[in-house]
Ligand binder design. Structure first.
Ligand code: SF4
Length: 403
């Protein structure tokens, strides 16, 4: 028999049971062989830290980024010799190349003479509307997309005066102003970013923008500083944006070597379930109730799962307190007790194994799970099939993988 509650239980009964917001509906913009926006996977990008004219050094860094999984790379082009290096760089890398321009519109025009795949400009410092239009016309002529990269640190004076400081509405109005200028030129190959080093400002700017416009967004928390704080700060800022369904390409800005930016970006996408590419391991922090050597088991599991691009939830908990509950909710789970492990698959307990056989047992159940889901996994392995519109895999419908 239920008793009346002083709380509004009706609110809970009417609430959405499976959490998650749909993705912000955006247009598709093609950058080389990568498509940004629409239902395509959120693309991970980074930027080199070398002098671009140092062709060998730049290519070496781009290769390291590619190896880490980077999907788009940006290089700065402040001088004519940097523009001059673009063709050689492009010819020796495997991912689309973006030229990044500040201040000098002539460098934008020069860069566009090379086989780049996209241009990023900061319209607030490019030298006026007429110069912006000239760059748009050339990008249009070349059939190349452009990122309109608005930054709170270089917002136009009139908008700072109108809104008093570089606040979210000021940043968004700046972006919309340049979008309309580009559209007036008949140009629509646009990606937009609304960067701020202030997490609250960035989150609100992207939320406001998503209510008004459908060009895809590049998201990031600019000048996040030095890791590990910079990774935490980026996660703090990008998670609400991603959970709201916003973001089509992402960069984590870290001081120093850009290679760790890639793993950080994929981790944030994985944790927010916007792009799941590897098994999600659920492990407890352990405590005095621990019934198995959990750290050893997790280390071994991580080694055996390495390279497996499976959107599967695996729960490994150290005792019977939450173990069975978590194991039932995961695709595959283990609840440990008395030197044994109860193994669950798809919410059902399938067998008990001694502690020494827990990892083998989990891997065997994973193989069975793969067979059960083979059809969906085959569909998911094609990049074009990945996205919010595609049914997820597993008990909790994790979004499908992208290679
Ligand atoms: S699952 Fe058990 S061992 Fe792990 S933290 Fe919770 S109570 Fe402790």
């Amino acid at each position: 028999m239920t008793t009346a509650s002083r709380f509004n239980i009706g609110l809970l009964e009417a609430a959405q049971k499976v959490p998650g917001k749909p993705r912000h509906k955006t247009r598709e913009v093609k950058v080389g062989n990568v498509v940004i926006g629409g239902n395509n996977p959120i693309v991970v990008q980074s930027m080199t830290t070398t002098d671009t004219f140092d062709v060998e050094g730049t290519i070496k860094q781009i290769h390291a980024l590619e190896e880490a999984g980077c999907e788009l790379v940006r290089v700065t082009v402040p001088k004519p010799e940097d523009a001059g290096a673009l063709t050689q760089i492009k010819n020796r890398i495997g991912i689309p190349l973006i030229c990044d321009i500040h201040f000098d519109y002539k460098m934008a025009l020069a860069a566009l003479d090379h086989p780049v795949d996209k241009i990023r400009i900061n319209p607030g410092n490019i030298g006026g509307h007429d110069r912006f239009r000239q760059v748009v016309r050339k990008a249009k002529e070349r059939g190349l997309p452009m990122r309109i990269g608005v930054n709170a640190g270089s917002l136009e004076r009139d908008l700072c005066e109108k809104y008093e400081f570089p606040c979210p509405p000021a940043i968004v109005e700046s972006a919309l102003r340049y979008i309309e200028m580009a559209e007036a030129e008949g140009y629509h190959d646009i990606v937009v970013s609304l960067k701020s080093s202030d997490v609250l400002v960035a989150v609100e700017a992207y939320r406001l923008y998503a209510q008004l416009c459908d060009y895809p967004t590049h998201i990031g928390i600019t000048e996040a500083g030095k890791p590990p704080y910079a990774v935490t700060k980026s996660a703090a800022g990008l998670s609400p944006i991603l959970l709201d369904g916003i973001g089509d390409t992402i960069r984590i800005s870290l001081l120093g070597d850009p290679v760790p930016e890639i793993a950080a970006a994929f981790d944030i996408l994985q944790a927010t379930q916007r792009r799941v590419r590897r098994p999600e391991l659920i492990a407890c922090p352990t405590c005095g109730r621990l019934a198995i050597d959990l750290e050893k088991i997790i280390a071994e599991l991580e080694t055996r799962l390495k390279g497996k691009q499976l959107p599967v939830k695996i729960s490994v908990l150290g005792c019977v307190v939450n173990g069975p509950g978590e194991a039932r909710e995961a695709d595959i789970g283990i609840a440990a007790g008395n030197g044994q492990g109860m193994i669950f698959r798809n919410g059902e307990m399938v067998r008990r194994v001694p502690e020494a056989e827990i990892v083998d047992g989990l891997m065997e159940e994973l193989a069975r799970w793969e067979v059960e889901n083979a059809g969906k996994l085959a569909v998911a392995s094609g990049r074009e099939s990945v996205g919010a519109g595609v049914e997820g895999i597993g008990r909790r419908k994790l979004p499908v993988i992208a290679g």
